[in-house]
Write a protein that binds this ligand. Structure first.
Ligand code: ZN
Ligand code: ZN
Ligand code: FE
Length: 755
């Protein structure tokens, strides 16, 4: 039998996930000596013993590592035999200038769930139970390395029993930094909206009781506050809507368990797995006809956003008849998510009746992630808790910060072989969100030891993210990127494509290189450059931004431009206010031009009679899609006009035929479906033309309009039917949340510096 010694370097997400105790136990099992430690490069293992045992050790390491770890590489080097006498876990080494990968926050694991439901366990009903396989991570870390003293758990001194678990390699809580119990750990408590503490009640029972009575709570969770009320109580939901001044935008719900979810929505095997995954996002699911929930949860929608409990507290809160809760991010309209007790008290007191607080600080807030499954593919629409800060592996030679878009902002940084896309940071439209954005960037700089040499940003002159990119940091190179090119490259990067593609960018708004607002573009795109091949014919947006909030203005603009007897039509469809809009159009007052498909969807939604004014972004288009009840194959006309430098999609026939259908009292569902079909048809025709001309067969889709499931699915099917390869984003949002990723890679390829 041969005795050998090997040195193993394991890279990836290997810290804070129970890797060292796993290695320790595996070494003991196989009779091996040596040591294991953490370095900022990863986990280092120096080990010796007989050949076969080392083989077995390596095999298990590769095949079944700890559940939360994600191994990128394992390097093995043979060393000279050292004759170690035992196996030990060594203290962490001081960090070099190397990235430490940090785990996202993880949902309660099965074992911890058992603990809190077991009367005989010392963690029975303890709402902060966690172990190396679950619990808070990214949201509580304020510095690296990942050690308790650099987390918001630093103020809690472990009791002897917790300490024992924490120091025993064979315990599930060995080196679980947030380890705690009811004796030594964080606690929950309730206050009313006036700030009076209700110390005499049991917080958990009280909360459950009051929710059932119809009261509204702000509940501090894992990564931020939620506004919570009974999801089966129409009146409570209505009063939450009134107090939050949120009239129609759908609320997400959390339900007791998978069975409850299945009683409300259609759930496929894949959707079931995602609901139960360690990330536990909100999943948009098709509502069953028999769903008994109040209609004011998600008005005019065909889907419902559902998540399952992911903290011990949530698990304990549900009981018998309390099985559905409204669980929506607690923030004032347009402001960042609340995550500190003090600010929440101040800002939410007019919305809620009670607060359920706890005293474990959240350092970095994250919203719940939102996704859906389309054609057996998972697509995240909002990427935050559970997914961030897991990196994308991609070789980047420059230190780049990409500032992102203004709406649904994320930023990205790149270092070594990784791109880190930040969590959703909301719409940057005021000083509060901007400050939060800057603070978040500083945090990423700190924990990933990152300093930007290049800042990529959107060309739009009025984006706060662009202002920040132009003013922030001295001595950096600043690189503007066109919005829709960034959308397409975002999809290319996620799909590992580095050859030219045809890009379909269907979007709400994006600043074009001619100074106009784009959003209905076919692009030839590489990772570095693009050429605009076609776009929807420009149309005026009467009132600029106002035309986005009032889709009827776009309808008037479209009818005025394309319908010959427009006055008669407008008289029949709208009140006399349309005349003001026509005056604006004629005098060209505050009426910028746009090629946005999003605005066409808005106009059509208004003409059909679905929505004239909106209360949340995209509402008119969203309701246009959900109006489709029965699918038809009819289509409106359109014209593709050859012109220089690009082809124009002319919707004159579309608008005229649609208006005729409307005047002939065709059903809303019929018209909505026919319109979607038309968009698919002209898109496919254009792609065929440009594919013939360029020989390109790969098609990448990007832009917020593709959150429309009917459009995306139908277009994909048609293109695939014509033998094209179609690519979309998946874990990175297809909406503006994916812009920073595209910006970053475009800057990298354009300013290529080879180290
Ligand atoms: Zn656990
Ligand atoms: Zn304890
Ligand atoms: Fe966009």
């Amino acid at each position: 039998m041969e005795f050998i010694r090997v040195f193993i370097k394991v890279k990836g997400i290997v810290q804070g996930v129970g890797f060292r105790p796993f290695v320790y136990n595996l070494a003991i099992e196989n009779n091996l000596n040596g040591y294991v430690n953490n370095s900022s490069e990863g986990v280092l293992i120096d080990i010796e013993g007989n050949n076969e045992s080392i083989e077995a050790f390596l095999n298990t390491l590769k095949v079944s590592p700890p559940p939360l770890s994600k191994i990128d590489s394992i390097e093995v080097v043979k060393l000279i035999f050292n004759n170690y006498s035992s196996f030990t876990i060594e203290k962490s080494l001081a960090q070099l200038d190397k990235i430490t990968l940090i785990s996202p926050d993880i949902a309660l694991c099965k074992d911890c769930r058992k603990d809190i439901l077991n009367k005989d366990n010392r963690r029975y009903k303890y709402p902060f139970t966690n172990c190396t396989n679950c619990g808070p991570r990214f949201s509580i870390i304020h510095n690296i390395p990942y050690d308790r003293k650099y987390t918001t758990m630093k103020n809690f001194k472990m009791c002897p029993e917790c300490e024992k678990e924490y120091t025993s390699p064979d315990n599930r809580r060995f080196h679980a930094q947030p380890n705690a119990c009811s004796i030594c750990g964080p606690k929950i408590y309730v206050e009313d909206f006036k700030g009076s503490s209700l110390s005499e009640v049991d917080p958990l029972d009280f909360t459950r009781e009051k929710l059932l009575e119809g009261y509204i709570f702000a509940i501090k969770g894992l990564t931020g506050f939620h506004l919570v009320c009974d999801g089966r109580n129409f009146a409570s939901i209505e009063s939450l809507r009134e107090r939050k001044k949120r009239s129609d935008k759908p609320f997400a719900i959390m339900v007791k368990d998978l069975e409850t979810a299945k009683s409300l929505c259609h759930i496929s095997k894949m959707e079931e797995e995602i609901l139960l995954s360690k990330e536990r996002p909100i999943l948009l699911l098709n509502i069953k006809d028999t769903c008994p929930l109040p209609s004011n949860i998600a008005p005019y929608q065909k889907t419902l956003g559902i998540m399952l409990p992911y903290t011990p507290f949530q698990e304990l809160l549900f009981k018998d008849n309390l099985d559905v809760l409204i669980m929506t991010s607690a923030n004032l309209s347009g402001l960042p998510l609340e995550y500190t007790n003090e600010k929440a008290k101040e800002n939410l007191k007019d919305i809620v009746d009670y607060f359920l607080f706890h005293n474990r600080d959240i350092y970095i807030p994250l919203d719940d992630s939102v996704g859906k499954v389309l054609d057996d593919k998972f697509m995240l629409i909002r990427r935050a808790r559970g997914y961030v800060p897991a990196p994308i592996k991609y070789t980047i030679n420059n230190n780049i910060l990409a500032a992102g878009s203004n709406m649904k902002n994320t930023f990205s940084i790149a270092k070594e072989d990784f791109i880190f896309v930040s969590q959703h940071t909301g719409d940057l439209q005021n000083i509060e969100t901007l400050n939060h954005y800057k603070w978040n960037i500083d945090h990423f700089k700190k924990v990933f030891l990152f300093n930007p040499e290049i800042i990529a940003y959107d060309m739009h002159p009025n984006y706060l993210s662009s202002e920040f990119a132009l003013e922030g940091y001295e001595g950096v190179k600043r690189f503007p990127v066109q919005h829709h090119h960034a959308h397409i490259v975002s999809s290319m990067v996620e799909n590992n494509i580095d050859e030219p593609v045809l890009g379909i960018a269907y979007d709400g708004t994006g600043y074009g290189d001619d100074g106009k607002l784009w959003g209905g573009e076919i692009l030839y795109s590489t990772l570095k450059d693009y050429k605009r091949l076609a776009h929807l014919e420009y149309i005026k947006m009467p009132g600029g931004e106002k035309a986005i909030l009032e889709p009827w203005r776009m309808a008037v603009s479209y009818i005025y431009k394309y319908v010959s007897n427009s006055n008669n039509v407008l008289e029949a469809l709208y009140d006399s206010n349309y005349k003001v809009i026509i005056k604006m159009l004629q005098a060209n007052i505050n009426s910028p031009e746009t090629s946005s498909i999003g605005r066409l969807f808005d106009a059509v939604s208004s003409i059909i009679g679905i929505r004239n004014n909106i209360s949340y972004e995209g509402q008119a288009s969203i309701e246009l899609e959900s109006t489709i009840q029965k699918i038809n194959d009819d289509t409106y006309g359109y014209e593709l006009i050859e012109s220089n430098p690009c082809q124009i999609i002319n919707p004159e026939k579309l608008i005229n035929e649609l208006v005729q259908d409307k005047l002939n009292n065709k059903s809303k569902s019929y018209m909505a479906c026919k319109f979607h079909n038309t968009v698919v048809n002209f898109t496919v025709e254009l792609i065929e033309i440009f594919s013939k001309a360029t020989g390109i067969n790969k098609i990448c889709l990007g832009g917020g309009v593709f959150q429309n499931s009917y459009l995306l699915l139908k277009l994909k099917k048609e293109l695939e039917h014509h033998e094209f390869d179609v690519y979309t984003n998946s874990l990175i949002p297809i909406n503006d949340g994916g812009i920073s990723l595209g910006q970053l890679v475009i800057a990298e390829k354009s300013l290529l510096k080879v180290k």
